[in-house]
Design a protein around this ligand. Structure first.
Ligand SMILES: Nc1ncnc2c1ncn2[C@@H]1O[C@H](COP(=O)(O)OP(=O)(O)O)[C@@H](O)[C@H]1O
Ligand SMILES: O=C(O)[C@@H](O)C(=O)COP(=O)(O)O
Length: 431
């Protein structure tokens, strides 16, 4: 059977978030790291290709997305999904708008939606304004994001700045009326020449209605929430069986570690909570810039502590510290330097026998997963909304922690997801 839904995610935690959502909604889903060479995996209803394209130059993000689309088209997918962050993480140039328009052009379609809502994590959209919990996007911690500070809560305005086409709005009073009313509004906007429709949503029920209204759209763009309503469209057409939700992971073991390169508000609290409960090592970006062997020092330290229980290696810092580092090193340079160091530490930790690894941060997860040579992820049980445990796959089989030869399991945690005790409670959700 062919893959039904082909997804392109602009970062690795986002891809895991979407894959977990599809699994929960009953689609057998495989997450692949980067654009694969080979054929599609057997028995997958949906494939999520994880790119690391959120903050690269827009032209590179577009070409990566088009390469992913071409592979998904060759795999026979019937519908396509561009997944970006529920906080619409982007720069004035993109990459959400340019990638969405390039995918539309390649799919020869003139209309799609833009809906990052994810109510389970407090992301709601009203009159086109994005809220994070009780705050407007620009008043939330996202205003201080190291790479994509979000300073305008109006998604219509933000997206309009990134695209050539016209951006419209499906307001809540229409969404509340259900799928038929939403579809009629889509048709109306389209006839007015609108090509991207920001769509209000406050609840999961809204997302299911929006999903139903998108049944015939070749391309959908949004956060992971909108995926809630899509599997039912395929079931209505008898293309998808009713399956028990949730994948199972193999029995796991190995030592435990957390690596955090996220400076988001939720991660800061999680790092502070774990520091009270476990040994921790701070990675100093300025020491990295001086050329100190910080990774070597972190691994020598880890070797002393790792047998006693989970440990934490982090670069997570408060906004003023991050700004001070960025003003000395540059924004992108600081980010890359830290990501490279954390990735090298992750590789070293796995060599030390770590078999259960939590990585906090989307860009950070991208760097770590690439350095570990992981080519795919099998989705397992959810820890908190948007963050499942996963089992790593490498070409030719399951990735293992080298000492124990056990499957390597990973939780790739989006910066702003998870409860304060995430780093200490996550282990109990493993089989
Ligand atoms: N102390 C620091 N100073 C400067 N940049 C940092 C620091 N700690 C982490 N970073 C960088 O900030 C970025 C955080 O992005 P990411 O990993 O995607 O986290 P999130 O999921 O919270 O957005 C990464 O590029 C990371 O290397
Ligand atoms: O949609 C979301 O919020 C997440 O899936 C996501 O993409 C978060 O990205 P990071 O905060 O950079 O991990």
């Amino acid at each position: 059977m062919k893959v039904l839904l082909g997804c392109i995610a602009d970062d690795f935690t986002g891809a895991t978030d979407l894959a977990g959502m599809l699994v929960k909604a009953g689609m057998r889903t495989v997450q692949l790291i980067g654009v694969p060479d080979g054929p599609p995996p057997e028995g997958a209803d949906a494939v999520v290709i994880a790119l690391k394209s959120r903050t690269v130059p827009a032209a590179e993000a577009v070409s990566d997305a088009l390469a992913a689309l071409a592979w998904l088209q060759r795999s026979g997918c019937q519908q396509f999904y561009f997944k970006y962050c529920s906080t619409f993480d982007s720069t004035p140039e993109g990459n959400i708008g340019p990638v969405a328009e390039a995918l539309m052009q390649a799919l020869d379609t003139d209309f799609t939606i833009a809906c990052p809502a994810f109510p389970a994590n407090g992301r709601t959209i009203y009159k086109g304004y994005l809220f994070v919990g009780d705050e407007l996007l620009n008043e939330s911690g996202m205003r201080n994001h190291p790479l994509t500070p979000m300073t305008d809560p109006s998604l219509v305005r933000v997206l309009q700045q990134q695209v050539k086409g016209s951006v419209g709005l499906v307001e809540y009073h229409t969404v509340a009326k259900g799928a038929a009313a939403i579809a009629a509004r889509f048709a109306e906007l389209r006839s007015q020449g609108v090509s991207l429709a920001v769509t209000d949503a406050l609840t999961n029920h809204d997302l299911v209605s929006i999903g139903a209204a998108c049944a015939d759209m070749p391309l959908i763009t949004g956060g992971s929430g909108i995926a809630l309503g899509l599997p039912e469209n395929f079931r209505r057409r008898n293309l998808l069986a009713r399956l028990d939700a949730a994948d199972r992971l193999p029995e796991t073991g190995g030592l435990r570690a957390v690596i955090s390169g996220s400076c988001s508000v939720a991660t800061q609290k999680q790092v502070a909570a774990m520091q009270k409960a476990a040994p921790s090592f701070a990675v100093d970006p300025l020491a990295l810039a001086r050329g100190d062997d910080v990774a070597g020092a972190a691994l020598a330290w880890a070797a002393q502590h790792i047998e006693q229980g989970p440990l934490l290696v982090y670069a997570t810092a408060a906004p003023e510290q991050v700004r001070a580092v960025q003003s000395q090193l540059g924004v992108a340079e600081a980010g890359e330097l830290v990501e490279r160091a954390l990735a090298a530490i992750a590789v070293g930790l796995v060599k030390l026998g770590v078999g259960q690894l939590i990585v906090a941060g989307g860009e950070t997860s991208g760097a770590v997963v690439k350095a570990l040579g992981i080519t795919g992820l099998r989705i397992g049980p959810e820890i908190d909304p948007g963050v499942p445990w996963t089992a790593a796959l490498q070409d030719g089989g399951a990735a293992t922690s080298s000492e124990q030869a056990q499957p390597l399991v990973l939780a790739l945690k989006s910066g702003n997801f998870g409860s304060e005790d995430f780093f200490t409670k996550a282990w109990s959700r493993l089989p």
